[in-house]
Each structure stands twice: as structure tokens, then as C-alpha cells.
Design a protein around this ligand. Structure first.
Ligand SMILES: C[S@@+](CC[C@H](N)C(=O)[O-])C[C@H]1O[C@@H](n2cnc3c(N)ncnc32)[C@H](O)[C@@H]1O
Length: 269
């Protein structure tokens, strides 16, 4: 059991409301920030228990900020815990709030969990997270719940919105104009999906990743396994590439592959 789980289980202070499997995720992504001068922001204060938990976990040098639409949450301020009252879907409120918070190490969105709230909060707050910071959005299962505007592969859900992040992360390798290197590509190191949760770890990546070789070769890299394959291989590779360009040009959104049984026959000769 990690320290956060232990705190949660023994909690007799303000109420905390979390999925139990989140505690493993927190430990994995947050432990490097403990006992440092960190800035933690949580959207969704409720009874204030999670803010107290972060304060205990990150230690006396941490500054904890909460954001909630419910004005009663203001009462939960205490030393090192400050709370802003307003809606996470109100871009003006978020822009103003950001000016009152130092650069953020960790942002946790545990607010109202509707699609618009999650998207607006991400769009307004992500750039205020430090270059080595972490962004977390919880309770992504609402992307599958009708009453939150969700549904499997439904356009406009937050989960569909985040699926684009996978393309942006890999944009240094694109060969098409439809995918471009953007700020996300240059500022994100990794994306982690858990049940109901996304965690994005930031790191500056101004250039495409480098590839290098080390160690000793075991056979000549330039010579293929057999002279005959050497003659055949580039032909079917060329055919596949050519057909894939044609498919793309015609708007056919799938990859062309020479069937495996034909490849086997070619290889036999
Ligand atoms: C799931 S609770 C937060 C639980 C808390 N983080 C915890 O772990 O104990 C959700 C909170 O989000 C707040 N909320 C709902 N809609 C909001 C909005 N539009 N903007 C900000 N907060 C909102 C609710 O008032 C509620 O306090």
C-alpha cells in the first residue's frame, strides 16, 4: 500500500472521493514531486478532502490550489491551500485564474466531468503546466455515458478529443500534410491511459528523436539473406508503397498489403 492509499484509508478529515485504482497511478507519476516546492492544481474540490490529501503527500513546501463552481468550497482554504470559485468551462474565468497561480507542476481535472468542461479546461490550462509537469484528467468514463454527452466513438467526447494526442505525439514521423508538428508534439514526452484516466507527462522535444546504433554487427548489414530474395524483395516493397500512395490519393483509408500467401510463394523462388 502506498502513502496516498494509506492516507485515504485512514482519512478522518474532510471527505475524499476517488476510484481506488487511481492511487497506484498517482504514486507512479507524482512521487518525483514530493517534498519539493511544487504547485498542484485540482479542479473539483467537493468537500476539500483531496486538497488536504495532496498537502499531506507533497509536503510543507507544496502550494495547493483548488477550483470549484460551488462557492461553499471557499471555506476549505487553509495554510498552503487556496481555492478559486468559478466554472471550469468558463474560459475567461480560467484565464484570469491562471494569472493568480504560479507555473503548475501537476494539474488534476476532477471537476464536473462533462465533455465541454474537460476540453475547455485542457485547452486553457495545459500550456500553464511547466515543461516537466504532469496533466491528469480523471473519470474519463463519462465519455461513454449518454447523460454526459458521451458514447462509443461519439464525436465531441473528451476521449475522442484525446485520441488525436497520439497522432500529435508521433507527428515528427509524418509524411502527410494533414499531420503537422505542433506545440503538443514539442512539449509532451508520453501519454498514459488508465481505466477512466489520462496522464500526460510533459518534456521539451524541439527536434525529431535521434536514432543511433551501438555494438558490433553479426552479419553484413548491406547484404540480404540470399541473392534471389535481394532481387525480389524491393519489387514487392515498391508495389506496396506505390499502392499505398494510390489508396491515399483515392481517399481509401486503409493500408494496402500483399497477402501473406502470395509473399510466401515469392519468397520460395
Ligand atoms: C467529483 S467532485 C470532486 C471530488 C474531489 N476532487 C475529491 O477527490 O474528493 C466534483 C466537483 O466538481 C465541481 N464542479 C462541477 N461542475 C464544475 C464546473 N463547471 N467548474 C468547476 N467545478 C465544477 C463540483 O462542485 C464538485 O465539487
Amino acid at each position: 500500500m502506498n502513502d496516498l492509499e494509506a492516507y485515504f484509508n485512514a482519512n478522518n478529515k474532510r471527505l475524499i472521493n476517488k476510484f481506488l485504482h487511481y492511487f497506484q497511478v498517482y504514486e507512479r507519476h507524482f512521487s518525483r514531486f514530493r517534498n519539493k516546492e511544487v504547485v498542484i492544481v485540482e479542479i473539483g474540490v467537493s468537500h476539500g478532502g483531496s486538497l488536504q490529501m495532496w498537502k499531506d503527500y507533497f509536503g510543507g513546501k507544496a502550494k495547493i490550489f483548488g477550483i470549484d463552481v460551488d462557492p461553499r468550497c471557499k471555506d476549505f482554504e487553509e495554510e498552503n491551500i487556496k481555492i478559486f470559485i468559478g466554472s471550469q468551462s468558463d474560459r475567461n474565468f480560467l484565464r484570469e485564474t491562471i494569472t493568480k497561480i504560479p507555473p503548475i507542476d501537476i494539474l488534476i481535472d476532477d471537476g464536473g466531468h462533462t465533455m465541454v468542461q474537460q476540453i475547455v479546461s485542457y485547452e486553457e490550462m495545459f500550456n500553464s503546466i511547466k515543461a516537466d509537469g504532469v496533466y491528469v484528467c480523471e473519470d474519463l468514463h463519462t465519455s461513454y455515458w449518454m447523460k454526459y454527452g458521451g458514447g462509443h466513438k461519439r464525436r465531441g467526447t473528451f476521449i475522442e478529443y484525446t485520441k488525436n494526442f497520439i497522432d500529435y505525439l508521433n507527428a515528427y514521423h509524418t509524411q502527410e500534410r494533414s499531420l503537422k508538428v505542433n506545440e503538443f508534439t514539442q512539449s509532451v514526452d508520453s501519454i498514459h491511459y488508465y481505466d477512466s484516466m489520462i496522464v500526460i507527462e510533459k518534456k521539451r522535444r524541439e527536434q525529431a528523436p535521434c536514432i543511433e546504433k551501438t555494438g558490433n554487427i553479426s552479419f553484413s548489414i548491406d547484404s540480404p539473406p540470399s541473392p534471389l530474395i535481394f532481387r525480389v524483395f524491393p519489387i514487392y516493397q515498391f508495389c506496396e508503397s506505390f499502392m499505398n500512395y494510390i489508396f491515399r490519393f483515392l481517399g481509401i483509408n486503409r493500408a494496402f498489403r500483399i497477402p501473406e500467401n502470395i509473399l510466401k510463394k515469392i519468397r520460395r523462388y
